[in-house]
Design a protein around this ligand. Structure first.
Ligand code: ADP
Length: 369
């Protein structure tokens, strides 16, 4: 474990009776890192976070914080600060009393407490709100009080469980930015749980994608998007066309596959880290192409090497237009165009030609992790 590792999970499993909520999960989070756990509802995100916080006991595996094994340590001795979706503020205490609560429990004298509360409220942009009651604050302000309360005890790691989920869209977007700024300013190691891929992509240094309690991929947002390791990740992060092909051959940098969705002979794809060594010729693999990476050529500009398709749906969604293009065997391919020309010159019913660059697609294997 590197010197910069703050949280380390090895082989964490959490069982509730017959339900395995988290299965053999291992990852480490570096000092100052913004690390997100992303996945659909029920995939085990909260359970993972609550087990790190000590609100649940691990069934198997170890958890370390700052190189100390804390698997059996009570929650209040773990140096973690947690913020929940519901703010869980004390309704009859002032903002100042709410934020200073942890310090009071630790026996910090009143004058020092007041100084630190004032400082922390300034950090979360709530200077001057000391004497307000929680009921006199907006949802976003209450969540910042909850954040201040978690941060004031100077935890080694900040644990955030869908903290923005209860806020409306506009506020959620503002808070994303604010939260990121506070995290950055304090340089606090953060584990953030969310089911919202846009939230995770925009805020995180690295993301763990979880499905059915199992890690699918741990990577930077860019890598998850550009180089998903399996179908689940490709589908869950953004929109993806995942097309069936058969493995043909590989050179140093390029993989050749035979599409099952058209009569095209061969499609070449940059390897991009994909390891083809275990594949045999003819084995099923998937070609993953993002809709925005597909160019639609209008009928009069047919390139020779494109994939022939019929436009079967066209939807204007503001910044871009989405097209459904259907190829030979009824395979639907989603394409997105942002240029006005493409939006105007392509209509439902048109026979068009689709092209993409081999740099913009990836190959993913048959199996889930
Ligand atoms: P997420 O946070 O990703 O929505 P959870 O961690 O809350 O998922 O839940 C993961 C799985 O564990 C779900 O199947 C859920 O029903 C189950 N689970 C969570 N908490 C409990 C509990 N206290 N008792 C029994 N099952 C639970």
């Amino acid at each position: 474990m590197g010197a910069q590792t703050v949280v380390e999970l090895s082989g964490l499993t959490k069982q509730y009776g017959d339900v395995t909520a988290v299965h053999d999960l291992s990852f480490s989070v570096r000092r100052g890192e913004f690390f997100s756990i992303l996945g659909p509802s029920g995939c085990g995100k909260s359970t993972t976070l609550r087990t790190i916080a000590g609100f649940e006991n691990a069934s198997e595996g170890r958890i370390k914080i700052n190189e100390t094994d804390i698997t059996g340590t009570p929650a209040h001795q773990r140096e973690t600060g947690m913020v929940f979706q519901g703010y869980a503020l004390f309704p009859h205490k002032t903002v100042s009393e709410n934020v200073g609560f942890g310090l009071k429990m630790d026996g910090v004298p009143q004058s020092e407490r007041e100084d630190r509360v004032e400082q922390m409220l300034a950090t979360v942009d709530l200077g001057g709100f000391e004497q307000r009651m929680p009921s006199e604050l907006s949802g976003g302000q209450q969540q910042r009080v909850a954040l201040a309360r978690a941060l004031i005890i100077e935890p080694s790691v900040l644990l955030l469980d869908e903290p923005l989920a209860a806020l409306d869209l506009q506020l959620r977007q503002d808070m994303r930015f604010e939260l990121q700024q506070i995290q950055d300013r304090l340089d606090i190691t953060t584990i953030y749980v969310t089911h919202d891929q846009e939230e995770a992509l925009s805020m995180s240094d690295r993301i763990l994608v979880l499905d059915a309690g199992k890690a699918q991929q741990i990577d930077t947002p860019r890598k998850l998007y550009n180089n998903p390791q399996n179908q689940f990740v490709a589908d869950f992060i953004g929109e993806a066309n995942i097309l069936q092909t058969r493995f043909k051959s590989a050179t140093k940098d390029v993989i050749k596959v035979e599409p099952e969705f058209s009569s095209m002979d061969t499609v070449s794809v940059m390897k991009n880290g994909f390891d083809e060594n275990s594949l045999s010729t003819g084995e099923r693999v998937y070609l993953n192409i993002r809709p925005e990476d597909i160019t639609i050529h209008p009928p009069d500009k047919d390139p020779e090497d494109g994939l022939s398709a019929e436009i079967t749906n066209k939807t204007f969604i503001g910044k871009t237009t989405q097209f459904v293009a259907t190829v030979g065997n009824n395979q639907e391919i989603l394409a997105e165009a942002s240029g006005l020309a493409a939006q105007q010159s392509i209509a439902t019913g048109d026979t068009v030609s689709l092209t993409w660059s081999r740099d913009d697609c990836t190959i993913i294997g048959e199996h889930r992790v």
